[in-house]
Design a protein around this ligand. Structure first.
Ligand SMILES: [Zn+2]
Length: 131
């Protein structure tokens, strides 16, 4: 699988997205034809591993965000018994459940924290090849 990397040409300063293959001879600028030898295999391997890790972090961040969103929606719904009943008949003395409400809010905050931390981890490093 090729590794997608941003590459900047030192001759004409054009930036393009290079699909680097392991067995590729060199990296070539599509604008002016300037070329450099491809990165050594070890380096390519390192970059590929790092990018895969970042993708995983980003997925975790996204999942955290959706969980937070869901729990926040529940929290808002719970505040309004008419909505929260989903058509059911609630007892006339219905009170929003305080424990449930703080629990859901806690999960919302935890989910957002997960999103924050993994979002930062997932975008901490950017690889740009200059040649
Ligand atoms: Zn160029």
């Amino acid at each position: 699988m090729p590794i997608k990397l941003k590459a900047t040409c030192s001759e004409c300063m054009t930036m393009h997205v290079a699909d680097l293959e392991y067995d590729q001879e060199d990296i070539k600028c599509p604008a002016c034809g300037h070329a450099m030898r491809n990165l050594p295999e070890g380096e390519l391997n390192e970059i590929e591993t790092a990018i895969k890790k970042q993708k995983t972090y980003n997925i975790v961040a996204l999942i955290g965000f959706f969980i937070a969103l869901l729990c926040f929606a529940l929290w808002v719904l719970n505040q309004n018994p008419d909505l929260y009943s989903f058509g059911r008949k609630l007892p006339p003395d219905y009170q929003p459940d305080g424990m449930m409400r703080s629990g859901v809010m806690f999960i919302t905050c935890a989910g957002l924290l997960v999103t924050l931390v993994f979002g930062i981890l997932g975008s901490w490093k950017r690889y740009i090849v200059e040649f």
